[in-house]
Design a protein around this ligand. Structure first.
Ligand code: SF4
Length: 310
C-alpha cells in the first residue's frame, strides 16, 4: 500500500521473483501447438528454466531487497523443483482453457476490480461427481455451475499439508490448520470475479502447491460474496477518503516498506531485540536512527467524492 500511496520505489525479493518467474515459465509451457508443454523434453525445460532464472535475476538486480549468491542458487533450485513437478503432473493432461487470464469488472460505481486467473481448467461430469457429488443431479451438473475448476499456482514453502510433521493430526486440528484455505477472501474474490464474467460458479478451486506437487481443493458459494463485498466496500471507502489504516500483522515481516512504515510514527524507532535468558537477565534492544523521508508526499488519488444519499 505504501508503494502506491507514498510513491515509493517498487522492490522485490527472491521468493516473489521466483514465483513470478515460475508463473511466466508455466505460461510459456502452454503456448505451443507442437509439444504438450512447449519443450520437447523435461531436460530441455529444466535447462530453459536456469536461463530464465538467470535473466530474471539480472533484470531485477537494482530492485532486489537482498543480494546473495546463496539465495540466487537456493531459489533457482526451488523454481526447478516447481517446474519439474509441474511437468511430471501435467505432461499428459489437456491444456487449461485459460492461462494467466486478466479480467477487469465494475465492482461499485467508479470502482473496478482487476484479477488474473492463473488457470481455468475443464472438468468432466464424472470427476465432478467424485469431488462435488452435491452438484450432480441425475447425472447432470446443477444449473448455475460451469464444468470448470480454477487453479492457483503456489511456489512458497508453506503448504496446507501438515501430515509430514504431524502424521497423527486429528480431523479437527487439520480443519483448523487449513482454515484460511477454506475461508480466505482471495479465493472468494476469484469466485466472485468468475461469476461476474461468466454468470456461473466454478465447481472447485485448487490451491496448487508446486514445490510438493500437491493440490488442495476448496470451493465457495454465492453466500460467501456478501462478506467479501462488505470488506471491499470498506477498502474502497478508505481510498475515496484517503484513509489508509496500517494493518500490522505477520505479513509485515515480508513488507518492502517496514522501515518507512516505522518512520511514520516519529516517537519510536524501528527496532529489534536480542533475547535474554529469562526476564531478570537483561537483553538488548537495537534501534535504527530515524530517517524521516524528505520530500515524500502523499499521493492524491483522484476518486470522485461519494454522492450524497449513497
Ligand atoms: S509494515 Fe505492515 S503495517 Fe506497515 S506498511 Fe508494511 S504491511 Fe502495512
Amino acid at each position: 500500500m505504501l508503494h502506491y500511496v507514498m510513491g515509493y520505489e517498487r522492490k522485490t525479493d527472491h521468493p516473489r521473483l521466483m514465483g513470478s518467474t515460475v508463473h511466466q515459465f508455466v505460461h510459456t509451457m502452454h503456448t505451443s501447438a507442437k509439444n504438450p508443454l512447449y519443450y520437447s523434453t523435461l531436460k530441455k525445460a529444466q535447462g530453459a528454466w536456469w536461463w530464465k532464472w538467470k535473466t530474471a535475476l539480472e533484470k531485477n538486480e537494482p530492485i532486489m531487497r537482498e543480494h546473495s549468491k546463496k539465495k540466487d542458487d537456493e531459489y533457482g533450485v526451488s523454481g526447478l523443483c516447481c517446474i519439474t513437478n509441474y511437468w511430471n503432473s501435467n505432461i499428459d493432461k489437456p491444456r487449461p482453457i485459460e492461462v494467466e487470464k486478466r479480467f477487469k469488472v465494475r465492482m461499485f460505481p467508479k470502482v473496478w476490480f482487476v484479477g488474473i486467473f492463473d488457470q481455468v481448467r475443464s472438468i468432466s461430469v464424472e470427476s465432478i461427481a467424485n469431488i462435488r457429488p452435491d452438484l450432480i443431479v441425475k447425472g447432470v451438473l446443477r444449473e448455475g455451475y460451469d464444468p470448470v475448476v480454477l487453479v492457483d499456482l503456489k511456489t512458497g514453502k508453506k503448504s496446507y499439508d501438515p501430515r509430514h510433521f504431524r502424521p497423527d493430526i486429528s480431523d479437527d486440528e487439520l480443519a483448523a490448520y487449513q482454515f484460511s484455505l477454506h475461508e480466505n477472501m482471495q479465493i472468494t474474490a476469484y469466485y466472485w470475479l468468475y461469476y461476474q464474467v461468466y454468470g456461473k460458479l466454478p465447481v472447485a478451486f485448487y490451491w496448487y502447491h508446486l514445490r510438493s506437487g500437491k493440490a488442495f481443493m476448496t470451493y465457495r458459494n454465492k453466500s460467501d460474496f456478501r462478506t467479501f463485498l462488505d470488506m471491499m466496500r470498506y477498502v474502497a471507502d478508505g481510498f475515496m477518503n484517503e484513509l489508509y489504516p496500517l494493518r500490522v500483522g505477520d505479513h509485515c515481516t515480508y513488507c518492502d516498506y517496514n522501515k518507512e512504515c516505522a518512520e511514520l510514527r516519529a516517537d519510536r524507532p524501528l527496532m529489534f531485540s536480542e533475547p535474554s535468558d529469562g526476564i531478570d537477565s537483561g537483553g538488548r534492544m537495537n534501534i535504527w536512527p530515524q530517517e524521516i523521508p524528505i520530500g515524500a508526499t502523499q499521493l492524491k488519488l483522484k476518486f470522485p467524492a461519494p454522492r450524497k444519499g449513497k
